[in-house]
Design a protein around this ligand. Sequence first.
Ligand code: GDP
Ligand code: ADP
Length: 206
Amino acid sequence: MDYPGNLFVVAAPSGAGKSSLVKALLELDSRVQPSVSHTTRPPRGQEKHGREYFFVSADEFDQMVLAGAFVEWAHVHGQRYGTSRKAIEERIAQGADVILEIDFQGALQIKRIFANAVLIFILPPSWEELRSRLERRGEDSPEVIEVRLKNAAVEMTQAREFDFVIINELFERALFDLKAIVHAQRLKFSAQRRARADTFKALNIS
Ligand SMILES: Nc1nc2c(ncn2[C@@H]2O[C@H](COP(=O)(O)OP(=O)(O)O)[C@@H](O)[C@H]2O)c(=O)[nH]1
Ligand SMILES: Nc1ncnc2c1ncn2[C@@H]1O[C@H](COP(=O)(O)OP(=O)(O)O)[C@@H](O)[C@H]1O
């Protein structure tokens, strides 16, 4: 299905910097709107219900799955996370650009449903730096950090399936790359739509 808005999907191993990059993009570009996912994981220190996530119980999550409320959902790091239809469909239909910060399983599901979605994978420059970012962030226990690092090895093998890979070494450089991808996609789609409208007119079809 062809929607007037663009869909961007950002995935990365935990600690690679995707939340920081997406947050910075949202501050710079008011045309991009975040999609707020539902999760069964408990909130971290500063997180607010409805801002970073909708924090729900396992039962509430099950009910949403049964009701078909998710376009995609997945088990990640021992918890469940899902993107609700409501979070994206209406908005891209109205012409907004929506950005999803989800894991690689969800990203690949989204690409099957929205063929025009742009998949972006963020990589850290090294394993040492990934570990030290998780430790410096100071939000997760040492056990949780170990699980995330272990899962990162599997997640990173999926980077090749994505349309773009950004290495987040210098933050400003990575942010520039992310902005460039968003702008390129907008130009591509507006040019395509214009060309199609012109051809439709020339052929006298609506
Ligand atoms: N499939 C899927 N993954 C999600 C969704 N929301 C978040 N995630 C992913 O779940 C993983 C864990 O997220 P989180 O607990 O916030 O930890 P963080 O990645 O360390 O910030 C990350 O890979 C997220 O991108 C979602 O709606 N669907
Ligand atoms: N390019 C960077 N250089 C150094 N630290 C970074 C960089 N990008 C992000 N960080 C820091 O690394 C930690 C993890 O980033 P975060 O955005 O929470 O990652 P993710 O959402 O991928 O789990 C945070 O403390 C963040 O401030």
